[in-house]
Design a protein around this ligand. Structure first.
Ligand SMILES: *Cc1c(COP(=O)(O)O)cnc(C)c1O
Length: 416
């Protein structure tokens, strides 16, 4: 292929411009064009290097282009990638066994995106409610938390408490009730005879990196058990080492009745999700009542299995625990009036900023200028959730960049 002429180059709009022109405007994208990734580092098309402090919303816990995962994916892609569940294939059984053994669940159902795993959990809970608990068909209620994030499908956004996620997309699917996050009393009062399940994130990610009071999750689990209500833990973001334990539930020795995994389950290469559950919950599904064309395909199963193996062998949960504690401790030492709060568990950290110093989105732009990438959530919170393969020296570098970005801020004009 010959090199493009100057005229061609000048007439070629940038990839970002094409995205703006032809894409739906459903993301607020930072002005950076990425072309390559390796470990915790990303490069733009001009060759500038950035530290990834966001990990694609925790989907890249293993780091970008992990050599073992890339090798497994390449090999499998050249051999057999998609078969559908109409037939057995080589890797699905071993993948599901590994996922169940690691998490203490009996069975697992493979899907692709996180939202699909949550939808699967909702379907399982509703059918369990009528088949096992004896709630009249169509009457089962699922309790969710204020400030939840479980994905973007119509049913899921219908029970969101965030207006922009929900408004304009109604009518909302009925059968959900919302409670304050971290409030055991409210849950105790809300559980009724038609309550099938409690669906929650053990720690909220998109909601602003919210860590509930100690003992809350264990209390929820106990209540659920006493009242024959399923505890469905959405660990799509908090699971697989992110919070310094294999599951965030492990911090309180809680074993949920149903569990959702996604994001980093695909090793940073593919969308792979699972709904895992206890035997009697999963057994409500029979042939024909749930499925997915791509769910559990040989490529996804092979990569998912390797992602779990790498997670264990490279001790990513332990790294997250130790390095997260160090990162948090160093962040807490920073004296700057823009910082309102620093909170987190493992490498699942949120930096809450005082709006008087600009929005969290503005801070992310300042961070980008220092060569680090992250994204705000809920206007005031900056996520600090790097790949779990980050080293201590790299955390020191991240701290320097955060310092420099803070120093570059000026208080916003007071118009009052
Ligand atoms: C990201 C996320 C989801 C949705 O996952 P998708 O793959 O984007 O559909 C669900 N629950 C939680 C807790 C998440 O963080």
């Amino acid at each position: 292929m010959s090199a493009p002429s100057l005229a061609e180059v000048l007439n070629t709009p940038s990839a970002a411009a094409l995205e703006e022109q032809y894409g739906a405007h459903n993301y607020h994208t930072l002005p950076v064009d990425l072309v390559r990734g390796e470990g915790i580092w990303l490069w733009d098309k001009r060759g500038r290097r950035y530290m990834d402090l966001m990990s694609a919303y925790s989907a890249v816990s293993h780091g970008h282009s992990h050599p073992r995962l890339v090798a497994a994916a390449r090999e499998q892609m050249g051999k057999l990638a998609i078969t559908s569940r109409a037939f057995h294939s080589e890797w699905l059984g071993p993948f599901l066994e590994r996922a169940c053994t690691l998490t203490g669940m009996d069975r697992a159902l493979p899907m692709n995106s996180g939202a699909e795993a949550v939808e699967t959990a909702i379907k399982a809970a509703r059918k369990w409610a009528s088949v096992v608990k004896g709630i009249p068909e169509g009457q089962a209620e699922i309790l969710v938390m204020e400030n939840n994030f479980h994905g973007r499908t119509t049913t899921i956004v219908g029970f969101s408490s965030v207006p922009e996620y929900r408004e304009g997309f109604g009518p909302a699917t009925p059968g959900f009730g919302r409670l304050p996050f971290g409030d055991l009393r409210a849950l105790e009062k809300a559980i009724g005879p038609y309550t099938a399940a409690v669906l929650l994130e053990p720690m909220q990610g998109e909601g602003g990196i919210n860590i509930p009071p100690q003992g809350w999750l264990a209390g929820v689990a106990k209540l659920c058990q006493e009242r024959q209500v399923l505890l469905l833990a959405d660990e799509i973001q908090t699971g697989l080492g992110r919070t310094g334990a294999l599951l965030a539930c492990n911090h309180e020795n809680v074993k949920p009745d149903g569990l959702m995994l996604g994001k980093s389950l695909g090793g940073g290469l593919l969308p792979v999700s699972l709904f895992l559950a206890r035997e009697d919950v999963m057994n409500v599904f029979g042939p024909g009542d749930h499925g997915s064309t791509f769910g559990g395909n040989p490529l996804a199963a092979r990569v998912g299995l390797e992602a779990l193996n790498v997670l264990v062998e490279e001790q990513l949960p332990e790294r997250s625990r130790d390095l997260g504690a160090y990162f948090l401790e160093e962040l807490e030492k920073i004296q700057h009036s823009a910082i309102r709060d620093v909170r987190g568990k493992g490498l699942f950290i949120g930096l809450e900023l005082d709006p008087a110093w600009g929005s969290a989105a503005h801070f992310c732009e300042a961070l980008l200028k220092q060569g680090a990438l992250s994204k705000d959530t809920r206007d005031t919170v900056v996520r600090l959730t790097p790949p779990l393969v980050i080293s201590r020296a790299e955390i020191d570098q991240a701290l320097q960049k955060i310092h420099a970005a803070l120093e570059s801020l000026t208080p916003v004009a007071d118009h009052s």
